[in-house]
Design a binder for this molecule. Structure first.
Ligand SMILES: N[C@@H](CCC(=O)N[C@@H](CS)C(=O)NCC(=O)O)C(=O)O
Ligand SMILES: N[C@@H](CCC(=O)N[C@@H](CS)C(=O)NCC(=O)O)C(=O)O
Ligand code: FES
Lengths: 104, 104
């Protein structure tokens, strides 16, 4: 679908993408982790785009199997949610993924 | 209002009360903290009670100044949200509040 193509293009064209909801604390937590790492993700606030929000969430669920927010992509790869991203950071693996994504 | 009286009665009659939303991870986090402390809070899921949910949230905002979930009460006292409850636990103050609430 057109929306699916948009999502695929967004995650390919931007090193880090976070699909979020403005009022969700887990979404805020993952955004502030990237801030601390001096990374400027592309943030798409699903609750600020009217009817397209839920449609986008359905596309994300089809593409990733994940219907929850935050939904994080790095270097075009699906990372998962907040806990997944924080775990990678704790293991020191997030920085390598970010460095690799920046150079592509 | 009638709803305000209900909330006041609920927080007086139950040692620990958590106003929550089923799909919110911060609400789940505070519920699982109480679980780990072998405390059985009264949990009120605001998204499972139809139109009463948002009305209850307005009452909670009037009574506590807090419109967000989770909204935690111990021994009739307003504690705050997830981060507030976790902070008290880290400082070792949550157990004392819980012990005091149980005996009232
Ligand atoms: N472990 C996941 C949890 C994600 C999650 O449950 N997100 C909630 C909001 S905090 C959500 O999207 N809930 C909607 C639903 O469950 O339908 C993460 O860290 O991102
Ligand atoms: N620091 C607060 C954050 C509470 C919070 O922002 N809750 C969100 C859901 S995770 C909420 O109720 N958002 C609704 C809103 O902001 O209007 C806590 O730990 O409870
Ligand atoms: S909605 Fe509460 S943490 Fe996401």
């Amino acid at each position: 679908s057109r929306l699916e193509e948009t999502v695929k293009k967004t995650i390919t064209d931007n090193p880090v993408v976070v699909y979020s909801k403005t009022w969700c604390s887990y979404s805020s937590e993952v955004k502030s982790l990237f801030n601390r790492l001096r990374v400027q993700p592309l943030v798409v606030e699903l609750d600020q785009m009217g009817a397209q929000g839920p449609q986008l969430q359905k596309v994300l669920e089809r593409l990733t199997g994940q219907h929850t927010v935050p939904n994080v992509f790095i270097g075009g790869k699906h990372i998962g949610g907040c806990t997944d991203t924080v775990k990678l950071h704790r293991k020191g693996e997030l920085e390598a993924l970010l460095a690799e994504a920046k150079n592509t």
